[in-house]
Design a protein around this ligand. Sequence first.
Ligand code: DDQ
Ligand code: CA
Length: 269
Amino acid sequence: RFVWSATNQLLFSCAALLGCRTPGESSVQASVPGVRPAPVSGYRVVATLPHSVSSFTEGFFYLNGLFYESTGLKGHSELRVTFPKTGDLKLKAGLSPDLFGEGIVDVGRYIYQWTWQAHRGIIYSNRTLQQVGSFTYSGEGWGMTRDDSDIITSDGSATLSFRNPASFTVTRQITVRDAGQPVPMLNELEYIKGSIYANVWHTNRIARISPSDGRLLEWIDLSGLEPDAEERDPEAVLNGIAYDQKGDRMFVTGKLWKHIYQIEVVPPT
Ligand code: DDQ
Ligand code: CA
């Protein structure tokens, strides 16, 4: 009787400690949500499309057969609409030279574009790219995307903010964590089929994130995709994810890259 209760207690306190293993259970740790690092997937290139080498990509999405792209660097920042197959420009709007373009999102008939450190955003008609308004916000502007109800933004930290599309006010925030550790430097974003995809600045990886709690669900390692980019310029990093919902196609590119790639994610075997 003493032996039974001692064993029982041992098992109990052991299960409370994360590293504990009990016979018949290969890993107690595996059953604790969020403690194991997310699996790392690879990729397959489905198609290679042209990209303007002078575009310092900071925002990127696909809408009704066109790519929308926001580019950064003061004096070079633009909002560009291009044809995917040829890369030809359909429309563009230039930003004032004191602004550094960052994330973009489509909201009804409008495009919102925000900027890195000026706390200033611009509202365009998405048909003409005429400026129809502006807005302000606090903090830095990095990536932007949206789900069915909210705009989702990054600011260079591990925190993602959900914002009301009409007022741009923050209604909810999540901290992105892999195995419990915050993942900072979240940059360009895309909401795809219930997950938030995020570039991590100066890495070859895209994080797939749970919108409910910020948990890292999967890493996608895109090493080797545009091999000469960072030899040409150390800031020519992977940044830009777009999704064609109707065609279920995922596109990625980078700052000053020569190509946009349609990719398929290949899970680990
Ligand atoms: N951000 O995308 C991470 C928010 C900003 C990127 C800033 C890149 C700096 C480039 C500096 C070049 C100076 C000529
Ligand atoms: Ca995007």
